[in-house]
Design a protein around this ligand. Sequence first.
Ligand SMILES: Nc1ncnc2c1ncn2[C@@H]1O[C@H](COP(=O)(O)OP(=O)(O)OP(=O)(O)O)[C@@H](O)[C@H]1O
Length: 576
Amino acid sequence: MKDESFRPNRVLSYFQEEWKTLFFVAVSGLIYNLGLLAGPWFEGKMTGKLVDLLGGTGTFHQMLMLVTAYVVSIGIVQVSRYFKRFYVRRFANNVNRHMKQILYGTLVRKSRLELEAEGTGNVLTKAILDVDDCVEGMRKFTTEIFDTGVALLAYACMLLWYDWKLALLCMIFPPISYVIAEKMRVMVQKTGAAYKVQSGALSAATLDRATNAITYRVFGCEEDRKAAYEENLSAYESAAVRANIWNTAMPPIYRMISMTSILFILYFGGRNVLHEGWTPWTIAVFTTFLSCYTKLATKSSSAAKLFNAVHKAQVSWKRIKPLLQNSKAEPELPAAAPAELNVDHLHFAYPNGKEIIHDLSFQAAPGQIIGVTGPVACGKSTLGKTFLCESPYEGSITFGGKELGKMEKADRNRMVGYLGHDPELFHGSVEENIRLGGKEGAEEMIRVVCLEDEVKAMENGIHTLVGTGGIRLSGGQAQRLALARTLYHKRPVLVLDDPFSALDKETEAQIFVNLKELAKDSIIILISHRLYLFDQMDQVIWMDECHTKVGTHEELLATVPSYAELCSNQTKGGSF
Ligand SMILES: Nc1ncnc2c1ncn2[C@@H]1O[C@H](COP(=O)(O)OP(=O)(O)OP(=O)(O)O)[C@@H](O)[C@H]1O
């Protein structure tokens, strides 16, 4: 696998990791660029030979030899160019894949809250566009090190060899274009960053449009949403145009500046040929010098282009760097042993200050089922998520005497299993969705959640694909599949948030029986709106406006009128 010293948040590490590919790039790049020098040399020689031929001092055979050698050298240069490009592309593809793998690894380990805070569109942009831009910068850098760096050096040496004074005079201009390119860096970066932000907003708007399409249609909001989307699109287009202008308008200007030296070559080079200048030249040397300088100036404008690409890559790198962390897949550790759960004077408030849980205390022993209920939006799901410790709480939640909030995430994962509102099925088979990295079969859990017959009836049974691109499951099927996954990864504390909301009464009752049997030594915290199983709970937590009441079903019936009323409404056959 990968080298231990590899540091994903250091650009150099990616170059080091690909040293073999870069070795081939270096060899083919050197042959290509040194071979390029042969071009101006042959061109000068051929011009000289042509003058000789016309003056009657050269032979046609000599000219033919020269042309043949020129063609062969072009062949060698082009073949090495092909190999260089091939290996540079391979380098870029390898880095791109590796960076995306690392980023993906980090994103899937981020908590729900962190992802929400970051914004889905922004995350998608980071995962795809920023990595692409970053790797593109690295690719251009690798290419230009040879195509520009080595070539420029070689051309410069050749020019100095022919007339060092004229060469120095001409070579003042390319650095001026570099300096200007460097000064323009801020604008390239600024417009590039603005483009990225708009791109993130557009991704979020597209996702929102696709995810909520039915709701918008049913409520007749399509036109409004379309207008909002168009607004995003226009902002994105303007940002893209601005970024593009700064990216593409500058290189021609850099090139013009570099080319100013041609005027000096024509004047001082002409004087050299007339033997009135600094060094006596033949017409062949004049041609070689001019051709060599034109190539040097063209190359130096590529260097300016390289600055732009690297600056653009820097913007992307800054955005993704915090997400590029060593995120080796944490191996699933075995579940912790059963133990007591102790919740003591628990308080919880969201960062906006709104208190949701106020002074809740209860204890649970292995094998107990705790029902949690209360009016809509009273904080039931918040209580469930508190056990995941995504946000800090006050008071204490201990399992086996250890404080959950102070544990390493991996240790906490061994203790608490969680099933939220959203089934969160991924693209994969029914079996893969249940096992999620586990090795053994998933059939037992399919039976526990009463999904056996339905899975058998599917075209490929347990191997049927679900999630994006797979078959469409009903709400109740998706819910049971997600429950099967939670139960498969057995934990001594199971938090199940409304796991039966999409099921009929009989199925719910059957699953509850199976669940009790399966999780005999687990503590189950069952959040639900529907109460007809609550008389089988060991304890019930009633939540209302951040106040909580804990007791047996019978105790709450006697002491909490709202609970008694809700139970009575439901058992009269009212809501289910
Ligand atoms: N991330 C959050 N930041 C701030 N407030 C939140 C957040 N999540 C939920 N809330 C608020 O906390 C309160 C309780 O929400 P919660 O989802 O826990 O209630 P619930 O009882 O599970 O609701 P339901 O009966 O609809 O399932 C609500 O007022 C909600 O707006």
